[in-house]
Design a binder for this molecule. Structure first.
Ligand code: BES
Ligand code: ZN
Ligand code: ZN
Length: 501
C-alpha cells in the first residue's frame, strides 16, 4: 500500500475516486464540498434535498461526475452531528467509507484531509484516525480455499489531499502513525485468524524473529530445554500435554537515543486452548485459535514502537504453547513449583493462561523493569462483566491505570477498571500449596488478576484482559468479522504518550 500526502486542490485529483466527508447539518457547503457541488451543477445540494443522504455517522453515497471532473466517482461519508464528533467517531466514519471502497473494488483513491481549524480535533489526530479507519476496514482475511471465490481486492494507493501548505507536516505525521497503528492491529488479526494447525508456537516464534530482523530488534527464542533451565516449570506444565514444542519468545527494543523507562510487556500466547484435561466443549473451543492474541499484541507493539523510534526501552516476553489433553498432560490436582519459587495447586487445567503468565511475569522481573504490563485473552468472566465493548484493566498503580484509560479513549480500544481488593485473595488459598489457580466462578476475571498479582511483587503493574473483545461475530465500521487485533493500538497509544514514571 502506497500512501502519499499532497498539497493539491480536490478538483485536480485523477484517481478512481475521491473520498469526502460531511456533517449532518451542512446547509451551506464550504471548501472542497462547495467546489464539487459547483462542478456538479448543484449535485450535492440535490442529493441532500432528496434526503437519500443525510450524512448520519457512517452513511455513504456514491456520485458520478460524468466527465465534469477528472475522476469517476465521489464517495461521500457522513460524520454525524458536528458537535458530537470525536476521534473515534471519525475513525468509524472512515471505516464505513473503507468498506464502501472494498465493495466497489477500488484500488486507488484520493481523500480530502479533515478540517484544519476544528476546535477539539487536531489535524495530526484526524489524519491518523482517517488512515486507521480506511486501512483497518480494508483488512482482508487470508483464506485457505483451493478455489478463490473473489478476485483479490485491496486498496493499493491512497493520497491525502490538502489545498493549502499549512498543516501538511501534521498530516504527514498523522498518516505515518495511522499506517503503523493499523499495521500492528492487522498483524494481530492475521495471526489470531490463523487456525491452530498453521499458527503453532514455532510458527509464532518465526514471525517474531522475522520482524526482529527487519526492525533491528533483539530476539531470542528459548526451546523447551532452555525454558527448563530457566525453571519456568508452570509454563512447561501447561505445554506438557502437547506434541508441539513450547517457545519462550523474548524481544527487546532499545531506543536509539534517550530512554525514559524500561517496561516489560508480557503477552499470553496459547496457540490453541482445548482446556487440557479440563476439556472445553466444542462450542467453547471454537474461538480458541485466537488465545494467542495477547502474545501477538506484544510482538506487534514492540515492533511498532521500534518503527516509530519511541524513547521507551521495551522487553517483550511471550510464553507460547498449546493447551491440550494427553497422557503426558498436566493433571487436575498437580502441584507445580513456579519460576518464582511459589507452589501452585492446579485445580483446573483450563485456567492455563494465568499459569504461563505467572512464569512470564516472574521472569520479567529479572530484567528489573520500571513497570510490568501484561495482556491476555484470560477469562470468559470478563466478557460477562463488561460485554464485548471494552477490555478490563487491573493493577496496583493508579497512574498506570489512568494512562491506560486515556489511551483507550484516544485509540477507541476502550478499557474499564476492575477492582483488586485484598478480600479476593482469600479465594485463592490452597490447602496444600502456596496458592491455587482457581477460586470459584463469582468474580472470575478478578480472581485471575489476583492470582497474577502474586508474581509481580511490588513493581508497578497493569493487567489487561481482552477475552471479551478478541473476536467480532460480524463486521462493523472498521472491524471485519473475526479477530479484532484489540490491544495493539491501545498499547501503542499508551506507549506513545509515555512519560517517565
Ligand atoms: N482462553 C480462555 C479464556 C477465554 C474465554 C478467551 C473466551 C476468549 C474467549 C482461558 O484460558 C479459560 O479457559 N479461562 C477459563 C478459566 C476458568 C476455568 C477458571 C474461563 O474463563 O472460563
Ligand atoms: Zn483455558
Ligand atoms: Zn486460554
Amino acid at each position: 500500500m502506497q500512501i502519499e500526502v499532497k498539497q493539491a486542490k480536490v478538483e485536480w485529483a485523477e484517481d478512481e475516486a475521491v473520498l469526502l466527508s460531511c456533517f449532518e447539518e451542512a446547509k451551506r457547503f464550504v471548501g472542497a464540498l462547495k467546489i464539487i457541488d459547483d462542478k456538479l451543477c448543484g449535485g450535492l445540494t440535490h442529493l441532500f434535498e432528496t434526503k437519500d443522504f443525510t450524512a448520519k455517522l457512517g452513511q455513504t453515497a456514491v456520485l458520478y461526475p460524468q466527465g465534469r471532473l477528472k475522476f469517476r466517482r465521489i464517495i461521500l461519508v457522513g460524520l454525524g452531528k458536528r458537535d458530537e464528533i470525536t476521534i473515534e467517531r471519525l475513525r468509524r466514519a472512515y471505516g464505513f467509507a473503507g468498506r464502501k471502497l472494498k465493495e466497489l473494488k477500488l484500488k486507488s483513491i484520493c481523500v480530502q484531509a479533515f478540517e484544519s481549524n476544528h476546535p477539539t480535533i487536531k489535524l495530526q489526530e484526524s489524519s491518523q484516525a482517517m488512515v486507521e479507519g480506511i486501512l483497518l476496514s480494508n483488512y482482508k482475511l487470508s483464506r485457505y480455499k483451493t478455489v478463490e471465490e473473489n478476485e483479490k481486492i485491496a486498496l493499493e494507493k491512497l493520497t491525502v489531499l490538502k489545498e493549502r501548505r499549512k498543516g501538511i507536516g501534521e498530516i504527514k505525521r498523522g498518516v505515518e502513525n495511522g499506517e503503523i497503528f493499523s499495521w500492528a492491529a492487522n498483524f494481530c488479526r492475521d495471526l489470531a485468524n490463523q487456525p491452530g494447525n498453521y499458527l503453532t508456537p514455532t510458527h509464532l516464534a518465526g514471525e517474531a524473529d522475522k520482524l526482529a530482523r527487519e526492525n533491528n530488534l533483539k530476539c531470542r527464542v528459548f526451546s523447551a530445554s532452555e525454558i527448563k533451565k530457566l525453571k519456568m516449570n508452570t509454563f512447561l506444565a501447561v505445554a506438557s500435554g502437547s506434541k508441539e514444542p513450547p517457545k519462550l519468545i523474548v524481544l527487546e527494543y532499545l531506543p536509539p537515543r534517550r530512554k525514559t523507562n524500561t517496561l516489560a510487556l508480557v503477552g499470553k500466547a496459547v496457540t490453541f486452548d482445548a482446556g487440557g484435561l479440563s476439556l472445553k466443549s466444542t462450542e467453547n473451543m471454537l474461538e480458541m485459535k485466537g488465545d494467542m492474541m495477547g502474545g501477538a499484541v506484544v510482538i506487534s507493539t514492540v515492533t511498532a514502537c521500534a518503527k516509530m523510534g519511541l524513547p521507551v526501552h521495551l522487553i517483550g516476553i511471550i510464553p507460547a504453547t498449546e493447551n491440550l489433553p494427553s497422557g503426558s498432560a498436566l493433571k487436575v490436582g498437580d502441584i507445580i513449583t513456579s519460576h518464582s519459587g511459589k507452589t501452585i495447586e492446579v485445580l483446573n487445567t483450563d485456567a492455563e493462561g494465568r499459569l504461563i503468565l505467572a512464569d512470564g511475569l516472574s521472569y520479567a522481573r529479572s530484567f528489573k523493569p520500571d513497570a510490568i504490563l501484561d495482556i491476555a485473552t484470560l477469562t470468559s468472566s470478563i466478557k460477562i462483566a463488561l460485554g464485548t465493548v471494552c477490555a478490563g484493566i487491573f493493577g496496583n498503580n493508579q497512574g498506570l491505570k489512568t494512562r491506560m484509560m486515556q489511551a483507550g479513549e484516544v485509540s477507541g480500544e476502550r478499557v474499564w477498571e476492575m477492582p483488586l481488593w485484598e478480600e479476593y485473595k482469600e479465594f485463592l488459598k490452597s490447602d496444600l500449596a502456596d496458592i491455587k489457580n482457581v477460586g470459584g466462578k463469582p468474580g472470575g476475571a478478578i480472581l485471575a488478576a489476583a492470582f497474577l498479582q502474586n508474581f509481580v511483587g511490588e513493581l508497578p503493574w497493569i493487567h489487561v484482559d481482552i477475552a471479551g473483545v478478541d473476536f467480532k461475530e460480524k463486521e462493523d465500521s472498521y472491524h471485519s468479522k473475526g479477530a479484532t487485533g484489540f490491544g495493539a493500538r491501545l498499547l501503542l497509544q499508551f506507549l506513545k504518550d509515555w512519560k517517565k514514571l
